[in-house]
Structures are given as C-alpha cells and as structure tokens.
Design a protein around this ligand. Structure first.
Ligand code: C5P
Length: 251
C-alpha cells in the first residue's frame, strides 16, 4: 500500500507545448502526483490561463518561471503568482538577498490583504544541468555544491521557504544552517536505468528521498514513457521505498 504522503512528494513537469496536451496529461495522471509543474515552455505557449484551468481541475501547481530581475519587478510578479493561486513558485537565489526578501514580503502582504493562500516561495540554487565547467564559463569558480550551499543559505536568510537543489546537494543544503521546515525540491531525478537527457547530476527517486528531498520534480522519464501513468506510479513506489529506508535509518 503506497501512502498519500509518497504521492504528495511527486511533482510532474508539464513540459509540453500546448494547453490541450497539458490538460490531457493532467487528466490521465490525476491523483498520482501531489502537484504539477508549469514552466517556461507551457506558460509561454498557453499563458496564465493554463494555470487557472489546471487548478480548476483540483490539482496543485508549482509555477517554475525562475524569476530573476530587479527586486520591484520580481516582487510584483510574485504578487501575480499569488493571485493565480499557485502552491509554489520560484525565483533565482542568485538574484540576491534584497530581491528575495522583497518578494517574500510582497507575497505575504498580498495573501493577507486579499484573503488568498500564501504560496511557498523557493530559491533556485544551481541548475541541475550545470556542472563545474559551465559555472566557470559564467565566472563562478566555486564547485556546484559550494555554490548551491551559499545560495541556499542566502535564500534561507532572506525569507525563502526552501530551495530547488540537485540530488547531490540535498545533504549539504540540509546541514547548511537552514530551518528544519526549509523545503528542498529536487529535479534531476531518474529512475534506475533510464535516460539522463541533459541532466548532469542525477539520482534515483529512492536515493533522493533518502537524502532528504521533500519533493521530486520529474519530467521526461514520465512524459516520454509509452505509459506515463504507470511510469509515474513506479516513481511513487520508488519514493515510498526511499521513505521507508529513511524511516528505518532513523530508528
Ligand atoms: O525532464 P526532466 O525530469 O529533466 O525535467 C526536470 C524539470 O525540472 C524541467 O522542467 C526543468 O526545467 C526543471 N528544473 C531543473 N533544474 C532546476 C530547476 C528546474 O531541471 N534546477
């Protein structure tokens, strides 16, 4: 028997190019993940209406637009994400402390003033497609792990509810003086034996959960599967195994 809390940890990325494909997936996969993720591709193709429609179907949304701009602009975009009714949205932690602090405050004020639920705001640390060579090309000489920890600490100090972090960075981020309810959302997850695609730092669902991820974001291993529903169910099973392993380890 797979618990609801295992389902709740899976976020499926709706990385498709039309509203119709997205809604078909939401219907086919309803009840399997705890949330669907809408990112730049679908949002640019279908607009904010797709967010409203998926929410109307009873699903929760992680809006993955990775805002990065001057503080006033990101704070204003955060207010609109709150009005859309998303459960989580993200901003680049590398945009700086002031940008994160002002966004967190604007979101809280808007939710209170307008009687809305407050989304969790999380910081993006280092993209899971980036490795040390790529960081070096943009002038960052720290290792991806050290950079992720630095940004997670900055995010935590400036009102973020959590971070997006690659599987390898979960333990480092957890131990980096952040509160125990700081959430870690982890992409770059691949079931054993599947394609890595362009993700460079990957881990299986069970391993990522055992290391302390709160949510796993999975796209292509589900969307490209011949049977997306059973691929998603298998991942939930792996999440459940990871949860059992960490519960046993804690005893
Ligand atoms: O298809 P795949 O499972 O690699 O999809 C991962 C999803 O997570 C993509 O939508 C990607 O944009 C997103 N993501 C990521 N790395 C981050 C943040 C988000 O891969 N650091």
């Amino acid at each position: 028997m797979i618990s609801q809390s295992a389902h709740a940890k899976l976020i499926i990325a709706l990385d498709v190019d039309t509203k119709q494909k997205a809604l078909e997936l939401v219907e086919a996969l309803a009840g399997v993940p705890g949330m669907f993720k809408i990112g730049s591709q679908l949002f640019t193709a279908a607009g904010p209406d797709i967010v409203r429609e998926v929410i109307k179907k009873g699903a929760k949304i992680f809006l993955d637009l990775k805002f990065h701009d001057i503080p006033a602009t990101v704070a204003a975009a955060g207010v609109e994400a709150t009005r859309l009714g998303v459960s989580i949205f993200n901003i680049h932690a590398s945009g700086g402390g002031e940008m994160m602090k002002r966004t967190a405050a604007a979101v809280s004020e808007c939710a209170e003033r307008e009687g809305l639920s407050r989304p969790k705001v999380i910081g993006v640390t280092v993209l899971t497609s980036s490795d040390a060579i790529e960081l070096d090309q943009v002038g960052i000489s720290r290792s991806p792990g050290d950079q992720a920890v630095l940004l997670a600490q900055l995010a935590s100090d400036n009102g973020m509810d959590g971070v997006v972090a690659s599987p390898e960075e979960i333990s480092l981020v957890r131990s980096a003086a952040v509160t125990s309810d700081f959430i870690i959302v982890t992409p770059g997850v691949r079931p054993a034996g599947s394609e890595k695609n362009d993700q460079k730092r990957v881990m299986t669902p069970a391993e990522a959960i055992a290391r302390g991820a709160d949510y796993l974001v999975v796209g292509r291993p589900i969307l490209s599967a011949a049977d997306p529903e059973s691929a998603a169910e298998n991942i939930v099973r792996e999440i459940s195994d990871g949860m059992k392993a960490s519960a046993e380890a804690a005893q």
